[in-house]
Ligand binder design. Structure first.
Ligand code: GDP
Length: 430
């Protein structure tokens, strides 16, 4: 028995994504009965290594690779059915039989959403969020316009036809009249291809809210797997440089139909420094040699593009917001090993905005653009070798323990998991 109020756990990113959620999820996923995604689409990415086999997943929850848990794609996720079928085939090729459920209420990414996404990115100029161009923003917009198509619709040709005519004509108008591009694919082609996808996916499509409710009632354990991070949340993040969904744990309720009241443990994953893909001001960003060292040591290059990521010092203004908005019960602090060898470690504790010290993320883009980091300089810990950290937390150098305690007291949340390397055993549980 654990000491948490329920056996529902959530893992969420507390920065800009790429915090190391995959490794932390790996800790819990194998023992969970259900692993559930509640937002976003195939714009996310996890690399999981199990028994020497590497899995790269974008849409299906990473629990799929352990065999035991059932993976659930909740209604708050947006599904590209072709991408989902490709991912299922990929998993099967690696010898795993997918135990998968997809919410009948999840919205479907259509070909015109992908075309719109590219056209929009060109239109937004300096305020473009750096879209992956997989149709994520347009499909969420269509959901709110009530032009959307849901997974269940792919199983009902008449309703699908009716909704597709509405969605297609709306998107075509936008693409061709407002954005000056051309939508090549015809409604007829989409209709037949997507009905076929629906048929192929029908065995997985169901009411996942009811499934999870009953599972929880019968004592099963559930793990919610967040994608991206709090600063990319469409409401609480640095808008408009965000993703198009709510990354915060609060979205578990609406994105899966499992009441937030039931979630017992909410783990925020914090990387000991920053990395950022895409645009937006980044107050604690660093440049030149220091940045190069951090980037190299942390392997901060895009997984698919190989492009160098922007890097910076840990920003506790951001983490403070992550603790508050997500209601974190604890933090998992990752990649501490990457900071080995630095004599001094600046940690951003507040921003200076035109002479005012602010400790919370500003909504104003003007303030955020002008924000200068106020640093507390902490001492480094030299090289942390295996035979030091594998003696447990108490054996860690005093300066490292101070670094951890300092973060805890600044953001008012306990750090219970400390990660000092990419492998599962390179972890200290406090
Ligand atoms: P996510 O987007 O938050 O899921 O991030 P990933 O799980 O893709 O993690 C980013 C990278 O960091 C992966 O290559 C992990 O193997 C690696 N990683 C995770 N934790 C640690 C750590 O404590 N130290 C080091 N050096 N690498 C880590």
């Amino acid at each position: 028995m654990n000491s948490y109020p329920s056996n529902i756990t959530a893992i969420v990113g507390a920065q800009w994504g790429d915090e190391g959620k995959g490794k932390i999820t790996d800790f819990f996923a194998g023992d969970s009965d259900y692993v559930v995604r509640f937002h976003g689409g195939n714009n996310a990415g996890h690399t999981i290594i199990v028994d020497g086999i590497t899995f790269k997943l974008h849409l299906i929850p990473s629990g799929i690779v352990y065999g035991t848990p059932t993976s659930v794609i909740g209604n708050g996720v947006v599904v590209d059915p072709k991408a989902l079928l490709d991912e299922i085939a990929y998993i099967k090729e690696k010898g795993v039989c997918p135990k998968l459920m997809v919410s009948d209420r999840a919205h479907v990414i259509m070909p015109y959403h992908i075309v719109l996404d590219s056209a929009l990115s060109g239109h937004q100029g300096q305020l473009a969020a750096g879209s992956t161009r997989r149709g994520i923003a347009p499909v969420y917009a269509d959901k709110m316009f009530r032009n959307g198509i849901r997974m269940v619709d792919l199983l009902e040709p008449d309703v699908f036809q009716e909704k597709l005519e509405k969605g297609y004509s709306f998107a075509k108008g936008l693409i061709e009249k407002s954005l000056g591009k051309f939508l090549e694919i015809t409604l007829e082609d989409i209709f037949s291809a997507y009905l076929s996808y629906g048929k192929q996916l029908s065995e997985y499509i169901c009411d996942t809210s009811v499934e999870l409710y009953n599972a929880h009632k019968s004592g099963k354990s559930i793990l919610f797997e967040g994608a991206q991070g709090i600063s990319l949340d469409v409401d609480h993040g640095v808008y408009p440089f965000t993703t198009s969904s709510n990354t915060a744990a609060g979205h578990i309720s609406t994105g899966t139909g499992v009441s937030f009241r039931e979630v017992g443990r909410i783990i925020g994953v914090v990387k000991a420094y920053l990395s950022r893909v895409g645009e937006s001001p980044l107050p604690s960003e660093i440049q030149d040699n220091e940045a190069e060292t951090l980037r190299e040591k942390g392997g901060e290059y895009g997984t698919t593009t190989g492009r160098p990521r922007r890097v910076g010092w840990l920003d506790l203004v951001q983490v403070r917001q992550a603790v508050r908005v997500n209601g974190l019960t604890e933090i998992a602090l990752t990649k501490l090993d990457v900071l080995n060898g630095f004599d001094e470690l600046p940690v951003c504790i507040a921003y200076d905005v035109k002479g005012n010290k602010i400790k919370e993320m500003p909504a104003s883009l003007t303030s955020y653009r002008k924000a200068k980091p106020i640093y507390k300089i902490l001492s480094g810990w030299g090289d942390l070798t295996d035979n030091v950290w594998n003696k447990g937390y108490d054996a860690l150098p005093q300066t490292l323990k101070h670094y951890i305690n300092f973060i805890e007291s600044e953001v008012e949340c306990p750090i219970k998991i400390v990660s000092v390397g990419p492998q599962r055993h390179e972890t200290i549980i406090r």
